[in-house]
Ligand binder design. Structure first.
Ligand SMILES: [Zn+2]
Length: 477
């Protein structure tokens, strides 16, 4: 999953006067060199689905951990086949609390040498940036965690609970998702009270200035629906009113004008509250009254004009593809549209399918559920997971560390409109929080793209961040 860093572009009207520059990373030279070495090693091991191997990367990290003093019994590489290995490592704590699981994916999206300025599988440092496939998504964060485990071991730091690290396969694609596989086959190895996932969240900067520190604490549910109209067709010189394209177009017109109801949860309430303090004028006022119960309809309408606020307020469904007819001189025998929905926590895909049937209001338009290309009559009844409850320890520690490193920058919990491996851990009853200390500029999002890169200083700040964060979180409350 790419890191969707787009929130700040909607905040350009905000006054930045109160923001301070970030502290330079405070890490010793040994840790600095170690983290860079690990990062380089990971970038240069190809972990794409087509020709790569996460096993090679997992084994390389396992070897580093064993060399740092982790017993072999606490460092294992396992998976469903030779190419899709996952690393699980455990740092023992005092056992005062249940463990924390840290998850990160080792696989990367495909990258072609011909598309890139440099070789995507060579680690290149240039002009203050590290280049290579996975520098943003997410070998930088994987390197940070392995570095941190080695550092905690070296310092003989004893957390108040076990820390479990799982670096896994097939988040980006493929059929062997490592988190899913571990939960199904080795739950005991990764069972935890809650989960930190550094694939989402992070520091969002605009022209180098920290704007927000975001933490993903909830996810919408993805669904595709296929709308179909069939018709006997005929010669186009003899049109009849009953036309497949018109049926579909009229139905899509009704979809265009429909809005799902506004619904807030623990995460989006806090999100709107924090955004209210960042925005000014009418927007700030609207963000405040949207929190009242029931939400003010006029404020909801104005906020809904903003695509991101709209997506955080409600389930959305939008037409994304259209296909109809077979010849210029024939009446269409069929018309199809794909409607993509992002469903709020607490609802099911079937519930949304039935809403579509109702608002499209035409028995000739059938609404099927697109299950990975196979269209079926009804959609799954699994409920989108309820929003994660914000844990005070996770939140307050993040606010404290962010306050030290990016003074004056608000911490904003967000509901992701996409999905990450947190979908599996949340479903398994382990609340999952997307937290990363890497800053990426809103104008420099290159995850999945060409010439992917991360600022050198931003990477080292990420190293510094997780050291402070994990130590503060597990030092006994
Ligand atoms: Zn990712």
């Amino acid at each position: 999953m790419p890191r969707l860093r787009f929130r700040t572009c909607l905040l350009t009207a905000v006054v930045w006067a109160s923001f301070h520059p970030a502290l330079p990373a405070q890490i010793d030279p040994t840790t600095r060199e170690l983290s860079r070495d690990i990062f380089k090693q990971l970038i240069e091991i190809n972990t794409t689905n087509s020709v790569g191997s996460t096993t090679v990367a997992a084994e390389a990290m396992a070897q580093r951990l064993r060399e740092a003093g982790f017993p072999s019994s606490d460092v294992v590489v396992l998976g469903p086949n030779a190419r899709k290995g996952n690393l699980v490592a455990r740092l023992h704590g005092t056992g005062a609390h249940q463990p924390i699981l840290l998850i990160g994916h080792l696989d990367v999206v495909e990258a072609r040498r011909s598309d890139w300025t440099t070789d995507p599988f060579q680690f290149v440092e240039e002009d203050g940036y590290f280049y290579g496939r996975g520098t943003q998504d997410m070998k930088s964060d994987d390197a940070i965690w392995v570095t941190e485990f080695i550092r905690l071991k070296r310092e003989q730091f004893k957390p108040d609970r076990d820390l479990i690290l799982a670096l896994t396969a097939d988040e980006e694609g493929g059929t062997s998702n490592g988190v899913d596989w571990l939960l199904k086959n080795h739950r005991d190895l990764i069972d935890a009270e809650f989960v930190l996932n550094s694939d989402s969240g992070g520091v969002e900067t605009e022209n180098g200035k920290a704007v927000i520190v975001s933490m993903d604490a909830s996810e919408k549910l993805y669904a595709d629906f296929q709308l179909t109209v069939t018709n006997p067709g005929g010669h186009s010189s003899l049109p009849v009113p009953d036309n497949a394209i018109y049926h579909l177009a009229d139905a899509l017109g009704r979809l265009e004008h429909y809005q799902f109801p506004v619904e807030l949860n623990d995460v989006t309430r806090t999100y709107f509250e924090r955004m209210a303090s960042l925005e000014t004028g009418q927007k700030a006022a609207d963000l405040r009254v949207i929190l009242s119960s029931p939400p003010d309809p006029a404020a909801a309408e104005r906020l809904s004009l903003d695509p991101l606020y709209n997506a955080e307020l409600r389930t959305t469904c939008v037409a994304t593809r259209l296909e109809a007819g077979h010849a210029n001189n024939a009446l269409p025998q069929s018309a199809h549209a794909n409607v993509n929905c992002r469903i709020l926590p607490g609802h099911t895909r079937e519930e949304v399918r039935q809403t579509l049937v109702r608002i499209l209001a035409d028995p000739q338009v059938t609404v099927g559920y697109d299950d990975h290309g196979r269209v079926i009559d009804t959609a799954p009844n699994a409920v989108a997971l309820p929003a994660v409850k914000l844990r005070p320890d996770v939140m307050q520690t993040l606010e404290k560390v962010a306050g030290e490193m990016w003074p004056g920058t608000p911490v904003v919990p967000t509901m992701s409109t996409g999905a990450s491996d947190g979908v599996y851990t949340n479903a398994a009853g382990m609340p999952t929080f997307g937290i990363s200390g890497i800053a990426i500029d809103v104008n420099d999002v290159r995850a999945h793209g060409r010439d992917e890169r991360v600022r050198v200083e931003s990477f080292f700040q990420g190293v510094d961040f997780y050291d402070r964060y994990l130590k503060a979180l597990t030092s006994g409350h």
